[in-house]
Write a protein that binds this ligand. Structure first.
Ligand code: GDP
Ligand code: ZN
Length: 337
């Protein structure tokens, strides 16, 4: 049998059986599994052999528990260091379909620096990202205009950009439809409305709104381990009734983990994590161009060239400025963030 790991506690793993089509069954069908005694970690860089989000093969025992025999290759995963100085890493979650970055142009306003750091992290982990501009109901004409420009910039870089309001429901039905069947990690600084937005998508979550402590599925659990919450969104009248669209959202919660994952990026490779820069890298005169002060730099040239479709520069000055900021930060100590 195959299943999706939704929780890990010590040597036990909670596994949702997957149907032949790969669709997980209801949370009530979860099976408590252990790892086969002879299972060996491939390589020794990671301290945990099984993480939430893993797809596993398991067999049922007569007592109703399961034994995991195989862990499928991961499409992507996020890690943190096992201990502060360790070279080993701990896999927080695997096979993430989407990172939803919740941001707001109304107070508490999110900076593009924050957005771009998270996007670099998402690129480094190969996790597709969406930027959700929440609190749309509070945007006046100026903020609305600003949103439209940011939308063009980030869409141009290849990201999914959406306008949302947890308060008046703007964009909520579309988001719910598009997240159905996906394993999603929500991130964003406190106060931007993550809890309110999740409640709007799935009211049964009933998360506390307006709590200034760091977001997590409060009251649902007390562990500090990442966990996946299967949330039924099938009962919604807005749901797209397409056959085969599983009516569930698999919400990853990472309590106690301040930022989603840690990354260790060399300054020289940073531009690879800005998709719109990646397009021009081959045009730079120097193969090891850092796109700061080098002559004949195709990235810097693109700052001055205008996209005829949008009327905006091919690479935005704001994104480039954030590139320089992150470059300096990692060059001065290579601190993961
Ligand atoms: P979190 O810290 O990101 O989980 O943010 P919360 O969901 O707790 O929301 C923080 C505050 O913003 C609360 O007072 C919410 O009522 C408010 N809020 C959240 N979403 C919206 C929205 O779309 N519009 C407006 N006007 N307020 C919102
Ligand atoms: Zn260059």
């Amino acid at each position: 049998m195959t299943g999706l790991v939704i929780r890990t506690t010590g040597s036990w793993y909670k596994v949702l059986p997957l149907s032949d089509g790969g669709v997980p069954q209801a949370a009530s069908a979860a099976v408590d599994c252990r790892l086969r005694g002879s299972y060996r970690l491939r390589g020794n860089k990671q301290t945990n052999p099984v993480a939430v989000g893993d797809h596993v093969d398991y067999s049922l025992q007569s007592d109703g528990t399961g034994v995991i025999s195989e862990v499928a290759d991961r499409r992507n995963y996020i890690v943190r260091k096992a201990t502060k100085l360790s070279k080993q890493t701990h896999v927080i979650a695997a096979n993430i379909d989407r990172l939803c970055i919740v941001v707001s142009l109304a107070p508490p306003r999110t900076t593009t620096g924050f957005i771009d750091r998270l996007l670099v992290t998402a690129e480094a982990y190969h996790v597709p990202a969406a930027i959700l501009f929440n609190k749309a109901d509070l945007y006046d004409a100026d903020l609305r205009e600003e949103y439209e420009v940011l939308k063009l910039i980030y869409q141009g870089a290849g990201y999914d950009v959406r306008l949302l309001s947890a308060l008046d429901g703007t964009g909520v039905a579309d988001l719910r439809r598009d997240l159905a069947g996906q394993t999603v990690l929500f991130s964003g600084h406190s106060g931007v409305g993550k809890s309110a937005l999740l409640n709007a998508i799935a009211p049964q979550l009933n998360l506390r709104v307006g709590d200034i402590s760091q977001w997590s599925l409060k009251g649902k659990h007390t562990t500090t381990f990442a966990e996946i919450f299967p949330v039924s969104i099938a009962s919604s009248p807005d749901r797209d009734a397409n056959a085969g669209t599983p009516g569930a959202l698999y919400l990853i919660d990472t309590p106690g983990i301040k930022e989603f994952g840690m990354v260790d990026i060399e300054p020289a490779e940073l531009s690879h994590f800005f998709p719109e820069m990646r397009r021009y890298l081959h045009g730079c005169h120097f193969a090891n161009c850092t796109h700061r002060h080098e002559p004949h730099c195709a990235v810097k040239d693109a700052l001055d060239r205008v996209d005829p479709d949008t009327g905006l520069p091919l690479i935005s000055a704001g994104r480039y400025a954030n590139y320089l900021g992150i470059f300096d930060q990692i060059a001065s100590g290579n601190e993961p963030w």
